[in-house]
Design a protein around this ligand. Structure first.
Ligand code: PBG
Length: 332
């Protein structure tokens, strides 16, 4: 009997002791999210005078060059680690000619941002063709409608050189073509950009969670889908193979995408990868939390920080998230 009259059957272990109060919890936290872990994806559109709100991604915009500069400044101010740019050209064609035009919208924006904030954060360029092709696929097509892998590699090498020339500090190929990292590395080296790192979207799945992005970047495939080049959600082993290939081809960092539905993949890749691991909290993840929060069904800020913590806990060093600036401020 104890003094309260209860039978003394005390637990030998009391994990609750370390949960008693915020100071203790902070002291023993295993995982931390820092502003510099976060990378903000930004969209810049050619030929608009005002930023255009993206309806499926409340709070996100297709930027003008000016509003993009403001958004990048805010990110830098908040301590965000990097930004990654997606361009939406005024004109699209079969081969995505605007993508490697030295005066294409992303190249102009890269020049702006590398000058403005290039010392404060890492200015990255997403490297793909889906925003630039009239058919919306990630490379030029063969007669049968499949993406022509090797012709696409030539296009990617040329885009990488144009982006590096314009000031990209990192290029990030997201098209999931075989051999893309090797082709881009060779293209960069040939053009005198041996120092520019490649962040490879190595394990990128054919996912429903890219839905809102296709409105944001205006890159929805006009027919078919991307299952012919992006990975099948059923497969984990394949992700490790893609990572190993990309590392062998010269990837300096590798990415898993999406994140929340693929935390197991992030964990496996983090264990196997000899290079830093990034993960992308994609548009559909953003939209789900924003929509539920708007209905009052979920605590928005807690959900944002909880999901970012889960990415870090799974093993991602960098997280690409549309909440980067806001989360960085919350973390301060
Ligand atoms: C295109 C690309 C996509 C995303 C990033 N780069 C879309 C796709 O593959 O269909 C998705 C990002 C997001 O949903 O936030 N290469």
């Amino acid at each position: 009997m104890d003094t309260t009259g209860r039978e003394a059957a005390y637990p030998a272990a009391r994990p609750r002791r370390l949960r008693r109060g915020p100071a203790l919890r902070r002291l023993v936290a295993e995982t931390r999210v820092l502003p510099e872990n976060l990378v903000l994806p930004l969209f810049v559109k050619e030929g608009i005078d005002e930023p255009v709100a993206i309806s499926s991604m409340p709070g996100q915009f297709q930027h003008t060059r000016d509003s993009l500069r403001r958004a990048a400044h805010e990110a830098a101010e908040a301590g965000v680690g990097g930004v990654i740019l997606f361009g939406i050209p005024a004109h699209k064609d079969e081969r995505g000619s605007a993508a490697d035009d030295p005066h294409g919208i992303v190249q102009e924006a890269l020049r702006d941002l590398s000058k403005d904030v290039g010392d404060a954060l890492v200015v990255m360029a997403d490297l793909c063709l889906c925003e630039y092709t009239s058919h919306g696929h990630c490379g030029p097509l063969e007669a049968d409608g499949h993406v022509d892998n090797d012709l696409t590699l030539e296009r990617y090498a040329s885009i990488a050189a144009a982006q590096a020339e314009a000031g990209a500090a990192v290029v990030a190929p997201s098209g999931m073509m075989d051999g893309q990292v090797a082709a881009i590395r060779a293209g960069l080296d040939r053009a005198g950009f041996a120092q520019v790192p490649i962040l490879a979207y190595a394990a990128k799945y054919a996912s429903s969670f890219y839905g809102p992005f296709r409105e944001a970047a205006e890159g929805a495939p006009q027919f078919g889908d991307r299952s012919g080049y992006q990975q099948d959600p059923a497969n984990a082993r394949e992700a490790l193979r893609e990572v190993a290939l990309d590392v062998a081809e010269g990837a300096d960092m590798v990415m898993v995408k999406p994140g929340l539905a693929y935390l197991d993949i992030i964990a496996k890749v983090a264990e196997a990868s000899p290079v830093p691991v990034s993960a992308y909290q994609v548009s559909g993840e953003y939209a789900m939390i924003e929509a539920a929060a708007e209905r009052g069904w979920i605590d928005r800020e807690r959900a944002i920080l909880e999901t970012l913590t889960s990415y870090r806990r799974a093993g991602a060093e960098q997280v690409l998230t549309y909440w980067a600036t806001e989360a960085a401020r919350l973390l301060r």
